[in-house]
Write a protein that binds this ligand. Structure first.
Ligand SMILES: NC(=O)c1ccc[n+]([C@@H]2O[C@H](COP(=O)([O-])OP(=O)(O)OC[C@H]3O[C@@H](n4cnc5c(N)ncnc54)[C@H](O)[C@@H]3O)[C@@H](O)[C@H]2O)c1
Ligand SMILES: [Zn+2]
Length: 513
């Protein structure tokens, strides 16, 4: 199958305009099916319908669809009735994702040029005809599961929303690569490597992940003619060290990797950081692909091109900026993730909601069960937030610091708890205490910290600094935070839901109540 993106919906929803922007964003070719038909027929669609009738036009449409589909992966804008024929619908749905664009009658009416001679089905009383077209096709249009409302938004905003819906991003700020979020996407890994010219893969993973997923990934790659070796290390942060990197380097040599080979990192943030670093240094840098398997690594660690490992003196002290050639996020992989890891990862998802997606935040507030039943949407939205931030500020010169929300207090609490608290748990506590502080200094309206706390609680995350952790030690730890500059510590504080502000704080004692 071809992984096309089809844009569909009533006339006037902006399928062509949005489609062109979307194609540009994703670096894909764009096809407008109506244009293809007109070019082939050598006449306007209005003329075809007028002279040969609508059924003939629909035949031509079906033929054009079949032809466009076999071309290379692209964004395809369809005519407003192109999928009325079931045969066409099946063809489209088997060859990509169909996104239905919908709008209020008024929006459509305003957007359509009343004089356009090329809207034959709407000629004459346009408003009336549009209304009855919408009524007639109501069931048809509403039967498409991927749907978005385009009213009141620019083509750029709509294209971005379409990207979130289909789970397809193309990053350019550091390196250039696709980030894909697809349920069961792993099934298509071989095809994705082939499409990107990535060859001779080797799989790098940890024992916990290997137990559930390595065999399947190997089998899927073999189906595409690859013959990957596997290097496995034990799971956990304590193995994020030079010894593991060394094991990878030697494993690469043993497997006969050369400069054209591809490292596939299958695992959580630890594997991603290690494998990315090993790839960045092996023969001065070979290709790597990131397949995050923990929620945390999907929505956070796998995005941004940072790789590295820990020294006994401290975490992440050695590393490089080295983006992968592809990030493939398959939410199905999360089904085997231990519950506590899942909950911990949710703290970062909530953080992304607070930073810039209020709707994501309110989806998280529905609690753990709802989230688990709607994983794909949660992962896509959370990834979209981080992608937006890192694309705007890839090398952490400015607003990327927004991602630090909850982390100044969080890191300190994590450290003082001697890592008894998981990272996400500490960040949950950090977000609430930083929000309370933001309220006290008038940066946030009162009540915001309570809203954040109740959402985190519904996800089974802690929201209060455990009583046994000494306040002075937490403050001391904050001072040591590596993100400090000479005098003050820069906090990312919530302003309202969906907005944060960077604030320099001198008086750290005042941060904790
Ligand atoms: N590169 C970056 O930008 C960046 C950003 C933030 C954090 N990080 C790093 O990410 C790391 C934390 O990531 P993490 O939380 O994913 O840790 P992790 O890789 O240790 O994974 C957590 C645990 O879950 C297990 N696991 C992962 N996926 C699984 C699955 N699908 N089924 C069963 N078990 C599974 C792992 O074996 C491990 O025991 C830290 O080392 C941190 O420094 C990197
Ligand atoms: Zn974090």
């Amino acid at each position: 199958m071809m992984p096309h993106i089809f844009l569909y919906g009533p006339p006037g929803t902006g399928k062509s305009t949005i489609g062109k922007t979307l194609a540009r964003n994703l670096k894909l070719p764009f096809f407008d099916l109506d244009n293809v038909i007109e070019k082939k027929a050598g006449m306007y669609i209005s003329k075809i319908i007028e002279e040969q009738g609508e059924p003939t036009f629909r035949d031509l449409e079906a033929k054009a669809l079949k032809e466009v589909i076999v071309e290379k992966e692209g964004v395809i804008a369809l005519g407003g009735g192109a999928l009325l024929r079931n045969e066409n619908r099946v063809l489209a749905e088997n060859n990509g994702k169909v996104v239905l664009l919908m709008a209020e009658l008024e929006t459509l009416f305003k957007r359509l040029d009343p004089d356009s001679s090329n809207r034959p089905l709407l000629a004459g009383d346009m408003r009336g005809k549009l209304a009855s077209l919408l009524a007639n096709r109501k069931d048809h249009y509403s039967s498409f599961p991927l749907c978005m409302q385009v009213d009141g938004k620019t083509a750029r905003q709509n294209a971005l929303q379409a990207q979130v819906i289909v789970g397809h991003f193309h990053l350019r700020a550091m390196g250039e690569y696709d980030v894909l979020v697809q349920m069961a996407g792993i099934e298509r890994l071989g095809e994705m490597l082939k499409a990107r010219g990535l060859s001779n893969p080797i799989l790098v993973t940890d024992e916990n992940v290997a137990k559930f997923h390595a065999e399947k990934v190997i089998a899927l790659l073999c189906k595409f003619g690859f013959d990957p070796k596997t290097i496995t290390i034990p799971g956990g942060e304590s193995f994020k060290n030079l010894e593991s990197v060394n094991k990878f380097w030697h494993g690469f040599l043993e497997a006969g990797l050369d400069r054209k080979s591809t490292v596939i990192a299958l695992g959580g943030g630890v594997i991603g950081d290690l494998a990315g670093f090993a790839a960045s240094t092996f023969m001065r840098g070979i290709n790597w692909v990131s397949i995050p398997t923990s929620l945390f690594s999907m929505v956070d660690a796998s995005l941004g091109g940072k790789t590295g490992f820990d020294l006994p003196e401290g975490k992440n002290l050695i590393g490089s900026f080295y983006p992968p050639k592809l990030v493939l996020s398959d939410p199905n992989l999360l089904l085997t993730l231990p519950e506590a890891e899942f909950r911990s990862g949710m703290a970062e998802v909530v953080k992304h909601g607070i930073i810039s997606d209020p709707e994501l935040f309110s989806l998280c507030s529905r609690g753990l069960d709802w989230v688990k039943d709607n994983l794909e949407e949660i992962v896509k939205r959370a990834m979209a937030v981080k992608i937006k931030v890192i694309e705007d500020d890839p090398y952490e010169k400015g607003f990327r610091a927004a991602l630090n929300l909850g982390h100044t207090v969080g890191h300190a609490v994590e450290l003082v708890s001697k890592f008894q608290l998981r990272h996400g748990e500490a960040v949950a506590i950090g977000m609430v205490s930083e929000a309370k502080y933001a309220e006290r200094i008038g940066v946030a309206p009162s009540g915001l910290s309570e809203t954040i706390a109740s959402s985190l609680s519904a996800l089974g995350l802690p929201v209060e600094i455990p009583g046994e952790l000494p306040r002075e030690e937490i403050i001391r730890a904050m001072r040591m935070d590596k993100k400090k500059n000479a005098k003050a510590i820069r906090f990312a504080l919530p302003v309202t839901m969906g907005k944060v502000k960077l604030v320099d704080v001198n008086d750290l004692e005042s941060v904790l109540e």
